[in-house]
Design a protein around this ligand. Sequence first.
Ligand code: NAD
Length: 298
Amino acid sequence: MAHVAFIGLGTMGIAMARNIIEGGHRVVGYDTNPHAVAIHTANGGIAAPSPAVAANGAGIVITMLPVGDVVTSVLLGDSGAMETLEPGTLVIDMSTINPSETDAIRYALSSKDIRMIDAPVGRTSRHAITGELLIMAGGESKDIEEARPVLECMGDSVVNCGGPGMGTRIKIMNNLMSTVLNVLTAEVLTLAEATGLDRNLTVDVLNGTTAGQGHLSTTYPGKVLKNDLSPDFMIDLARKDLAIAIEVSKELGVPLALAGKAEAMYAEAHNSNRGTQDWTALYAMLRDKHLSHRQHNT
Ligand code: NAD
């Protein structure tokens, strides 16, 4: 049985802490919201009056807090966990924060020989309740393996992301993609309705194509990720189709926020002699433009 301090018993944290308790561990919780702490004790947890008291004697300290400033103050500030943590203990920050904040916290903790894993989570609060989160763990592999029994109380998939700070970094990439796709999804369904299309039918049709299934699992694996830019579907044809959609949006008076930016990128690809390449060559273009001074992976 591990002695775990859990700081941040909000929407996500309260369920994650409960799943660790149900995994047979002793969980001492702290939150500034007394209502959250009351639920934690009703779930079988123990309450502490500060992060320092929660962390006293703990082998693992987990933080699940809204932003990096709060994670920093709870771990490193007055009455913070670092005041009582013994050298060799393990901090696991599961919040979504800026990677540079993750790096700074890890550095500060290392001055007392406290190890850190950044382990933000994918999926939703429903998955936090069922213990089926996807956990993106950054840290030394031996530390991730040591934490695995506790992490597996909260998630059904614990991914070693390749080193300290990499969990936070992949989480930000994940959320960049999902937050921007959310805007595009809302725009497409709004424009679809303006054209007179039935919404359910639109959802069904788009779920059957690259639009709904996403490029990462459909077009990219067989083309640009294999450095094959021969056209399955040409940049210039994709550009033509995007232009039609923008015309339709103008005719119907439903402005599109993202399409104009995308159009500029297809135009850039056309103007750099990529018009007859596969549409996934946009990725090759951006790598050439922004990463050519670094070492490519492929
Ligand atoms: P939340 O706002 O519901 O919970 C945060 C908790 O932290 C609250 O209970 C709050 O009282 C507590 N808190 C704030 N300041 C504190 C302090 N100084 N000391 C102790 N406790 C303090 O947020 P959430 O939805 O649980 O999200 C937590 C993190 O997980 C965020 O970084 C979020 O981006 C990330 N996340 C959330 C979801 C989701 O679906 N909600 C999914 C994946 C990742």
